[in-house]
Design a protein around this ligand. Structure first.
Ligand code: NDP
Length: 291
């Protein structure tokens, strides 16, 4: 088992640089089993969200794992519907209760629209109250970041992370510059391109994988790690869960890093700046449908 390196956030907290993502892992036991297995294999960082509808199973698995709560980093995310101040306060309490924990390690505003300043105020207060250790944002493009920053959103407290789509085809070069200037660490969602077969077939990646006796997934994740990005690949298969975290016993050369950097297409699957995204997301995920 490889020891996962730690990155330090701008608020001083220390986050495991690799974790396990549970987007699209079903409930009725599947998330519970996957998280229990991941922890057993050595993962110490789980990334969930209200809109994944599986916080409860994540919490149960953490509890039943036998590993101390403080040894496992838990991230969740507030959904757009709850950004009004009172709703946001309630959303934090609901996540704590569903996860069955006294505190969250990291809570993110999942989407950068709507009553963001009211939600951020609730987040800052929850951090001060010790309910959340670190707070951050997600899907924040440079355009949206600049807009919100100019409106003073981050005057009282800056986010510690920005979780965005990232893989060798979409390397977020402009955003990374802006985040570095603001000391905000990038987290990659879809670090494996969500299993994109074309990406896995890239000859440059296959060549590097052969050289190190690793698989392409490991080369991609290693590349992202060496770029200073936090990753939490998702898999429901034990062998992949195992191999996805086995990336800390080799190092890509600067030429290899450059050859992977050159795969960048500057465009991802999801464009948070596009018109109508907020409405599309609200209609796709109703986190209160069972209330
Ligand atoms: P990933 O890039 O992690 O890819 C997951 C897919 O790749 C699954 O289909 C999985 O299949 C497959 N896979 C996993 N490991 C391998 C491997 N070694 N070789 C080949 N295929 C593999 O995509 P995600 O969208 O899951 O992103 C990771 C996490 O990021 C999410 O789980 C979630 O926590 C977060 N996220 C956040 C978003 C946001 O808006 N903030 C949006 C999307 C994700 P299988 O399970 O069958 O192995």
């Amino acid at each position: 088992m490889n020891k996962t390196p730690i990155f330090q956030l701008n608020d001083g907290n220390r986050i495991p640089a690799l974790g396990f993502g549970v987007f699209q892992v079903p409930t009725e036991g599947a998330t519970y089993n996957a998280v229990l297995k991941a922890i057993d294999l050595g993962y110490r960082h789980i990334d969930t969200a209200v809109a994944y509808f599986n916080e409860e199973e994540v919490g149960r698995a953490v509890k039943d794992s036998g590993v101390a709560r403080e040894e496992i980093w838990i991230t969740s995310k507030m959904w757009l519907q709850d950004y009004a101040y009172e709703d946001a306060k309630q959303a934090i309490e609901t996540s704590l209760s569903k996860l069955g924990v006294d505190y969250l390690d990291l809570y993110l505003l999942h989407q950068p629209y709507g009553k963001l300043s009211e939600a951020w105020k609730a987040m800052v207060e929850a951090k001060a109250a010790g309910k959340i250790r670190s707070i951050g944002v997600s899907n924040m493009t440079s355009t949206l970041w600049t807009k919100w920053q100019q409106q003073g959103l981050f005057d009282e407290m800056r986010p510690s992370v920005n979780q965005v789509e990232f893989n060798p085809y979409f390397q977020q070069k402009e955003l990374r510059k802006l985040m570095a200037e603001n000391q905000v660490i990038l987290e990659a969602w879809g670090p494996l391109g969500q299993g994109n077969v074309e990406l896995f077939n890239e000859s440059a990646l296959q060549r590097i994988a052969n050289k190190y006796n690793k698989n392409v997934g490991q080369v991609i994740l290693r590349f992202e790690h060496q770029e200073g990005i936090i990753v939490f690949p998702k898999s429901v298969h034990k062998e992949r869960m195992q191999s996805n975290q086995d990336i800390f016993d080799f190092e890509l050369t600067s030429d290899e890093m450059d050859s992977i950097r050159s795969l960048d297409r500057g465009q991802g699957r999801h464009n948070p700046d596009a018109a109508g995204v907020e409405e599309m997301l609200l209609s796709a995920f109703d986190v209160h449908k069972q209330d």
